[in-house]
Design a protein around this ligand. Structure first.
Ligand code: HEC
Length: 290
């Protein structure tokens, strides 16, 4: 009898995590959304696209003032010039215009996820750009400016990330989901701790944004980054979602993940899950942030 109880406990323990990762992405999305609708009654789905400015009226006024003379405009203009100079449109459907909402996407042939930034990088290389010499990386600067321009042409389109019923896509999705809910760093906190359970509260002087809608306005343009690292401030201000992931890993004193010459697969998985959670919300990138 005792033995039976123990084996069934072991079976239960073994099954529980498997079951929780087996929920369908659609079920996950429903639960994720309804969590935030309950937590922030009266905030409409599209308003989550504005991060803290969607949930706090006072801060929203500050943000509207910044939007009157958007500091990202010169950078988007440079992004457009680079997009044209490097013939980026040639590598994408619809000439690269109005397609941001479909990223990241799962490639059935290779079993891999494509982020927009990775596809831009592949395109630059294909078009003969010496990305090393031109110091083009994934997270900021020129590539983030091209990505911002492409996102800007997609404003108003609803995010539409597809998770096909393919084991390889589901594995990546579940990896991203685990990253979002797993505790890490010296502070032992998860993305969900700050951007679900404590969203709307203050953490060291910062209002924490809801995890819903966070990706719609990426790349973002941050005042904090403008003069960091030198170079043209109009370009330096941009950062992709994966740059932000690294920053948030640091918030809990965990090391940001680095992969030489490519995007880290863990962040790619996180971006896949995280963007899917905001499906149905319109792209409004690039956003301005402090
Ligand atoms: C200790 C708390 C904390 C943790 C844990 C944390 N973040 Fe953040 N995050 C912040 C703060 C503070 C900001 C800046 C204020 C804001 O917009 O929420 C921020 C901002 C962001 C933003 C930008 C929001 C915007 O509107 O520009 C994204 C995206 C984000 N975090 C994602 C994540 C992800 C994904 C994880 C898990 C890897 C994570 N964060 C973990 C504190 C945290």
């Amino acid at each position: 009898m005792k033995k039976l109880v123990i084996t069934s406990i072991i079976a239960l323990l073994g099954l529980a995590p498997a079951m929780s990762t087996m929920a369908s992405p659609q079920d996950d999305l429903k639960k994720f959304r309804s969590y935030f609708f309950k937590k922030f009654p009266g905030v409409k789905l599209q308003e989550f696209a504005d991060g803290i400015y969607g949930i706090d009226k006072g801060r929203r006024i500050e943000w509207e003032a910044m939007e009157e003379f958007p500091p990202y405009e010169p950078g988007v203009e440079i992004g457009k010039e680079l997009f044209e100079k490097y013939n980026v449109g040639k590598c994408f459907k619809n000439g690269g215009i109005g397609i941001r909402q479909n990223y990241p996407w799962f490639n059935k042939k290779t079993g891999k996820i494509h982020t927009l930034e990775a596809d831009i990088m592949t395109c630059l290389k294909k078009n003969g750009v010496d990305t090393k010499k031109a110091k083009i990386g994934y997270k900021k600067g020129k590539l983030a400016a091209i990505s911002s321009y492409m996102a800007w042409t997609s404003r108003g389109k609803k995010l539409n990330v597809v998770i096909p019923s393919d084991d390889r896509a589901m594995d990546i999705y579940n990896r991203g989901k685990r990253h979002f809910y797993a505790k890490r760093g010296q502070l032992n906190m998860s993305c969900a701790d700050c951007h679900m359970y404590y969203s709307g509260s203050m953490a060291r002087g910062n209002l924490l944004s809801p995890g819903l809608g966070q990706v719609t306005h990426f790349p973002v343009y941050r005042k904090k980054w403008e003069f960091a690292g030198g170079g043209n401030p109009a370009l330096a201000g941009f950062g992709t979602i994966q740059r932000r992931y690294g920053g948030c890993n640091k918030q809990v004193r965990a090391k940001p993940l680095k992969a030489k010459g490519k995007q880290h697969p863990e962040y790619v998985a996180l971006e896949y899950f995280h963007t899917f959670m905001s499906n149905g919300i319109k792209v409004n990138a690039p956003g301005i942030r402090q």
